[in-house]
Write a protein that binds this ligand. Structure first.
Ligand code: G3D
Ligand code: MG
Length: 180
Protein backbone atom coordinates (compact mmCIF):
# COMPACT_ATOMS: atom_id res chain seq x y z
CA UNK A 1 0.00 0.00 0.00
CA UNK A 2 1.29 3.44 -0.86
CA UNK A 3 1.87 6.05 1.80
CA UNK A 4 -0.56 8.89 1.82
CA UNK A 5 0.92 12.33 1.24
CA UNK A 6 -0.23 15.75 2.33
CA UNK A 7 -0.11 18.93 0.26
CA UNK A 8 -0.76 22.50 1.28
CA UNK A 9 -1.59 25.10 -1.35
CA UNK A 10 -2.27 28.77 -0.88
CA UNK A 11 -4.34 30.20 -3.72
CA UNK A 12 -4.97 33.93 -4.03
CA UNK A 13 -8.25 35.14 -5.48
CA UNK A 14 -8.00 38.66 -6.91
CA UNK A 15 -10.06 41.05 -9.00
CA UNK A 16 -11.99 44.27 -8.60
CA UNK A 17 -14.49 44.74 -5.78
CA UNK A 18 -17.94 43.14 -6.12
CA UNK A 19 -17.02 40.83 -9.02
CA UNK A 20 -17.92 37.83 -6.86
CA UNK A 21 -14.65 36.61 -5.33
CA UNK A 22 -16.06 35.87 -1.88
CA UNK A 23 -19.26 34.37 -3.32
CA UNK A 24 -17.27 32.01 -5.55
CA UNK A 25 -15.08 30.82 -2.68
CA UNK A 26 -18.16 30.32 -0.50
CA UNK A 27 -19.92 28.39 -3.23
CA UNK A 28 -16.96 26.08 -3.70
CA UNK A 29 -16.01 25.53 -0.07
CA UNK A 30 -19.63 25.49 1.22
CA UNK A 31 -20.05 22.76 3.86
CA UNK A 32 -16.60 23.14 5.30
CA UNK A 33 -16.42 26.90 5.07
CA UNK A 34 -14.34 28.50 7.77
CA UNK A 35 -12.91 31.91 7.53
CA UNK A 36 -10.61 34.12 9.37
CA UNK A 37 -9.69 37.67 8.81
CA UNK A 38 -6.19 39.01 8.54
CA UNK A 39 -7.00 42.57 9.50
CA UNK A 40 -3.56 44.08 9.12
CA UNK A 41 -3.37 43.34 5.41
CA UNK A 42 -7.09 43.48 4.61
CA UNK A 43 -7.43 39.84 3.61
CA UNK A 44 -9.52 36.89 4.66
CA UNK A 45 -8.96 33.24 4.01
CA UNK A 46 -11.04 30.10 3.71
CA UNK A 47 -9.82 26.56 4.23
CA UNK A 48 -10.88 23.60 2.19
CA UNK A 49 -9.58 20.04 2.27
CA UNK A 50 -9.90 17.66 -0.60
CA UNK A 51 -8.75 14.08 -1.03
CA UNK A 52 -7.01 13.18 -4.25
CA UNK A 53 -6.06 9.63 -5.01
CA UNK A 54 -5.60 8.86 -1.29
CA UNK A 55 -3.59 12.04 -0.68
CA UNK A 56 -4.81 14.99 1.35
CA UNK A 57 -4.80 18.39 -0.33
CA UNK A 58 -5.21 21.28 2.08
CA UNK A 59 -6.24 24.48 0.36
CA UNK A 60 -6.14 28.01 1.66
CA UNK A 61 -8.00 30.53 -0.46
CA UNK A 62 -6.93 34.10 0.23
CA UNK A 63 -9.39 36.76 -0.70
CA UNK A 64 -9.20 40.53 -0.48
CA UNK A 65 -11.56 42.03 2.06
CA UNK A 66 -12.84 45.53 1.50
CA UNK A 67 -10.98 47.88 -0.78
CA UNK A 68 -9.48 46.16 -3.78
CA UNK A 69 -6.74 48.04 -5.54
CA UNK A 70 -4.15 46.21 -7.56
CA UNK A 71 -1.61 48.94 -6.81
CA UNK A 72 -1.80 48.89 -3.06
CA UNK A 73 -2.19 45.30 -2.07
CA UNK A 74 0.20 44.18 0.63
CA UNK A 75 2.97 41.83 -0.51
CA UNK A 76 2.13 39.47 2.39
CA UNK A 77 -1.17 38.79 0.69
CA UNK A 78 0.66 37.14 -2.21
CA UNK A 79 3.47 35.51 -0.26
CA UNK A 80 4.00 31.81 -1.06
CA UNK A 81 0.95 31.50 -3.28
CA UNK A 82 1.03 28.44 -5.46
CA UNK A 83 -1.66 29.64 -7.86
CA UNK A 84 -3.90 32.62 -8.52
CA UNK A 85 -7.47 33.09 -9.67
CA UNK A 86 -8.36 36.37 -11.35
CA UNK A 87 -12.07 37.16 -11.33
CA UNK A 88 -13.93 39.73 -13.37
CA UNK A 89 -17.63 40.34 -13.87
CA UNK A 90 -19.47 39.89 -17.16
CA UNK A 91 -22.03 42.50 -16.09
CA UNK A 92 -22.63 45.03 -18.86
CA UNK A 93 -22.15 48.05 -16.65
CA UNK A 94 -19.27 50.16 -15.39
CA UNK A 95 -18.34 47.67 -12.68
CA UNK A 96 -18.21 44.82 -15.17
CA UNK A 97 -16.36 46.71 -17.90
CA UNK A 98 -13.80 48.15 -15.49
CA UNK A 99 -13.24 44.76 -13.91
CA UNK A 100 -12.43 43.36 -17.36
CA UNK A 101 -10.04 46.22 -18.17
CA UNK A 102 -8.28 45.64 -14.85
CA UNK A 103 -7.64 41.91 -15.42
CA UNK A 104 -4.30 42.81 -17.01
CA UNK A 105 -3.37 44.89 -13.95
CA UNK A 106 -4.21 42.04 -11.59
CA UNK A 107 -2.24 39.69 -13.82
CA UNK A 108 0.78 41.97 -13.60
CA UNK A 109 0.43 42.25 -9.83
CA UNK A 110 0.38 38.45 -9.52
CA UNK A 111 3.44 38.11 -11.78
CA UNK A 112 5.37 40.74 -9.85
CA UNK A 113 4.55 39.28 -6.45
CA UNK A 114 4.42 35.56 -7.19
CA UNK A 115 6.54 34.99 -10.28
CA UNK A 116 5.54 32.22 -12.63
CA UNK A 117 2.57 30.49 -10.97
CA UNK A 118 -0.51 29.09 -12.72
CA UNK A 119 -3.22 31.72 -13.18
CA UNK A 120 -6.83 30.89 -14.01
CA UNK A 121 -9.36 33.45 -15.23
CA UNK A 122 -12.98 33.37 -14.05
CA UNK A 123 -15.50 35.41 -16.05
CA UNK A 124 -18.17 35.53 -13.37
CA UNK A 125 -21.89 36.37 -13.22
CA UNK A 126 -22.55 34.54 -16.47
CA UNK A 127 -26.13 34.02 -15.21
CA UNK A 128 -26.82 37.71 -15.90
CA UNK A 129 -26.49 37.38 -19.65
CA UNK A 130 -27.30 35.12 -22.54
CA UNK A 131 -24.13 33.12 -23.00
CA UNK A 132 -24.94 32.36 -26.64
CA UNK A 133 -24.99 36.02 -27.57
CA UNK A 134 -21.79 36.83 -25.70
CA UNK A 135 -19.12 38.41 -27.88
CA UNK A 136 -15.92 36.61 -26.88
CA UNK A 137 -13.54 38.53 -29.17
CA UNK A 138 -12.05 40.65 -26.40
CA UNK A 139 -11.84 37.74 -24.01
CA UNK A 140 -10.03 35.67 -26.62
CA UNK A 141 -7.63 38.56 -27.18
CA UNK A 142 -6.91 38.75 -23.46
CA UNK A 143 -6.31 35.00 -23.29
CA UNK A 144 -3.99 35.16 -26.29
CA UNK A 145 -1.96 38.00 -24.79
CA UNK A 146 -1.47 36.32 -21.42
CA UNK A 147 -0.42 32.95 -20.18
CA UNK A 148 -3.55 31.77 -18.40
CA UNK A 149 -3.74 28.11 -17.48
CA UNK A 150 -7.41 28.16 -18.38
CA UNK A 151 -10.54 30.31 -18.28
CA UNK A 152 -14.12 29.63 -17.27
CA UNK A 153 -17.51 31.33 -17.45
CA UNK A 154 -18.76 30.96 -13.90
CA UNK A 155 -21.73 31.90 -11.77
CA UNK A 156 -21.51 31.95 -7.99
CA UNK A 157 -25.27 32.36 -8.05
CA UNK A 158 -26.25 29.25 -10.04
CA UNK A 159 -23.00 27.38 -9.39
CA UNK A 160 -22.33 27.05 -13.11
CA UNK A 161 -18.75 25.81 -13.70
CA UNK A 162 -17.67 26.72 -10.16
CA UNK A 163 -16.57 23.25 -9.09
CA UNK A 164 -14.98 22.57 -12.49
CA UNK A 165 -13.08 25.86 -12.44
CA UNK A 166 -11.66 25.41 -8.94
CA UNK A 167 -10.87 21.76 -9.56
CA UNK A 168 -8.91 22.64 -12.70
CA UNK A 169 -6.45 24.68 -10.69
CA UNK A 170 -6.31 22.26 -7.75
CA UNK A 171 -5.62 19.27 -10.01
CA UNK A 172 -2.95 21.23 -11.82
CA UNK A 173 -1.20 21.95 -8.51
CA UNK A 174 -1.61 18.42 -7.24
CA UNK A 175 0.01 16.86 -10.28
CA UNK A 176 2.70 19.53 -10.41
CA UNK A 177 3.84 18.89 -6.85
CA UNK A 178 3.02 15.17 -6.77
CA UNK A 179 5.55 14.35 -9.45
CA UNK A 180 8.40 16.27 -7.81
P1 G3D B 1 -16.25 40.42 -4.03
O1 G3D B 1 -15.91 39.44 -2.94
O2 G3D B 1 -15.47 40.20 -5.29
O3 G3D B 1 -16.18 41.84 -3.60
P2 G3D B 1 -18.93 39.40 -3.63
O4 G3D B 1 -17.78 40.12 -4.46
O5 G3D B 1 -18.73 37.94 -3.60
O6 G3D B 1 -19.10 40.10 -2.33
O7 G3D B 1 -20.18 39.69 -4.57
C1 G3D B 1 -20.61 41.01 -4.85
C2 G3D B 1 -22.09 40.98 -5.27
O8 G3D B 1 -22.26 40.24 -6.48
C3 G3D B 1 -22.99 40.30 -4.25
O9 G3D B 1 -24.25 40.93 -4.34
C4 G3D B 1 -23.13 38.89 -4.79
O10 G3D B 1 -24.28 38.23 -4.37
C5 G3D B 1 -23.15 39.15 -6.28
N1 G3D B 1 -22.67 38.03 -7.07
C6 G3D B 1 -21.50 37.35 -6.91
N2 G3D B 1 -21.37 36.40 -7.84
C7 G3D B 1 -22.48 36.46 -8.60
C8 G3D B 1 -22.91 35.72 -9.76
O11 G3D B 1 -22.27 34.81 -10.27
N3 G3D B 1 -24.12 36.11 -10.30
C9 G3D B 1 -24.87 37.12 -9.77
N4 G3D B 1 -26.03 37.40 -10.37
N5 G3D B 1 -24.47 37.82 -8.70
C10 G3D B 1 -23.29 37.50 -8.12
P3 G3D B 1 -24.88 41.73 -3.13
O12 G3D B 1 -26.16 42.26 -3.67
O13 G3D B 1 -25.05 40.71 -2.03
O14 G3D B 1 -23.89 42.78 -2.80
MG1 MG C 1 -15.25 39.88 -1.00
Amino acid sequence: MKNSEEFRFKIVVVGDGAVGKTSLIKKFTKGTFEKDYVKTIGAQFSKYNKEFDGDMVRLLFWDIAGQDDFNFLHHLFYKESKAAIIVYSLEENELGLNSFTHVKNWYEAVEINCGDIPIVLFANKVDLLDENSLDTTEIQQLINDHNFLNYFFTSAKTGQMVVEAFNAIIEQLYFKFKTL
